[in-house]
Design a protein around this ligand. Structure first.
Ligand code: DOR
Length: 441
């Protein structure tokens, strides 16, 4: 049997088994696992390295079209590849918003030949397009519907129960929800934030109660509409409790930033560079998020890569935009948590490969299995390096984790058999393709 290449001597993370296993690839697919035999055009020695299924980052903002001064599909996917991410799901709060088939087709066209990793796009759900979503959600490249219940970056907002209900009643695909309560935050802005320019007020204005309120509201609406919802970037202990009681109707995402940085320290050290929505909160909430990771309440970890320029981030709070880059640092920062004993390597794979496949019903990615796409994130669990702004491939050129020493780094990013990153260097032309889903094969 002739293969394109064989990974030899590595430790593979397979479903239910982590250990020595060679992996052979032919025609962009996984062709054999274990004792593979046969000849290959190339043998890649993975001694001392772990081979994971390709990491799928299900929440990134790449800003194209409309805000290409912050990021574009080429630079965003370069950062993804550099960080060991093999596929990305991109958000609709671009300009124009991705809320029509035309805007979706435009993004698909822009990604072709300019993306270094595979990709899919969320369609924004609004009261106005709700009735068309059942039809539009199955367009090629669509990974699901996104709702903002609280205003954040961009003009997408469905704040009322009526609007959210209208969206949930149409269609079947994943509805990903940014759950902050707009009405409660508007009130807080008047009564709590007032004229303050202190970024430490960010978690007070965008309060834990507002997250809990929006999450409780959307769960109730989801139950009435008999529709599953995917609650993005949870930040509070109270949400973890509520979501644990609603496993039948809701899946859950957490972010590396909320698991790694905490208030007030992050605001004192980083100022508005730590400003994101929902906000980074205190240690008691972070402890609850880790508990939710350990107990399986969290299904997915995504980066919520949300680049803004340093100049924009240096304005006076609250005129500063919310969001931080993260697609390039997701893998190393989480591997550092693995090395520090906060989760196992297998649980990490569950959160960034099996979880995305399960929740989004991805057709043929997310595990190392024969016939699946040959997507791999090859990592060196012993490599220690400091994360720096200079390493970042994102157009914004900074990271809130600048200066953090982490152990555990991606060393190869392989997308459908193409070696896209090796030892930190981009090693192939952009050949990303749309991700395929079981619902729209
Ligand atoms: O902090 C955030 N930034 N939260 C969001 O929900 C949007 C994101 C962005 O697009 O900048």
């Amino acid at each position: 049997m002739e293969y394109d290449f064989i990974f030899k001597n590595g430790i593979a993370v397979l479903p239910g088994y982590t250990g020595a296993a060679d992996i052979a690839v032919r025609g962009g697919k996984i062709a054999a696992i274990g004792d593979v035999g046969g000849k290959a055009a190339e043998t890649i020695d993975c001694a001392g390295l772990h081979i994971l299924p390709g990491v799928i980052d299900t929440q990134v903002h790449f800003r194209e079209p409309g805000n290409e001064h912050k990021e574009d599909l080429r630079t965003g996917t370069t950062a993804a590849a550099a960080g060991g991410v093999t596929a990305v799901f991109e958000m609709p709060n671009t300009n124009p918003l991705t809320i029509t088939p035309e805007a979706m087709a435009d993004k698909m066209k822009r990604a072709q030949g300019r993306s270094f990793v595979d990709y899919a796009f969320y369609m924004g759900g609004t009261a106005d397009n709700a009735a068309r979503l059942a039809e539009w959600e199955n367009l090629p490249g669509v990974c699901g519907i996104k709702i903002f219940m609280g205003a954040s970056t961009g003009a997408l907002l469905s704040a009322s129960d009526e609007d959210v209900g209208a969206i949930l009643r149409h269609g079947r695909r994943v509805v990903a929800v940014h759950a902050e309560d707009e009405m409660m935050m508007n009130e807080n802005k008047k009564t709590i934030l007032g004229d303050s320019h202190d970024v430490r007020m960010h978690p007070e204005w965008r309060s834990a109660e507002s997250c809990l309120s929006a999450t409780a509201r959307v769960l109730k609406i989801a139950r009435a509409a008999r529709r599953r919802v995917h609650i993005l970037h949870i930040t509070t202990a109270q949400e973890t409790e509520l979501l644990a009681q609603n496993r039948d109707i809701a899946s859950v995402e957490a972010l590396p930033n909320h698991l790694t940085l905490s208030a007030p320290e992050c605001y004192e050290r980083l100022g508005t560079l730590a400003q994101q929505n929902p906000p980074i909160r205190g240690k008691e909430h972070q402890d609850a998020l880790w508990r939710a990771v350990r107990e399986g309440v969290v299904d997915i970890i995504g980066s919520d890569h949300a680049p803004h320029t340093q100049e924009e981030k240096r304005k006076e709070y609250p005129a500063t935009p919310s969001g931080t880059p993260g697609v390039q640092t997701l893998v190393p920062v989480m591997l550092n948590h693995v090395n520090e004993g906060r989760l196992t390597l297998e649980r990490f794979v569950d959160l960034v490969c099996y979880g995305p496949q399960r929740i989004h019903q991805i057709a043929n990615k997310g595990r190392i299995a024969r016939g699946y796409d040959a997507d791999f994130t090859v990592i060196d669990m012993k490599a220690s390096k400091t994360i720096t702004n200079a390493q970042q491939k994102s157009k914004c050129g900074w990271t809130p984790l600048d200066g953090m020493k982490v152990t555990g780094w991606p060393v190869m990013t392989v997308v459908r058999g193409h070696m896209v990153m090796r030892d930190g260097d981009i090693a192939a032309a952009p050949a990303g393709m749309p991700v395929r889903f079981r619902e729209n094969l």
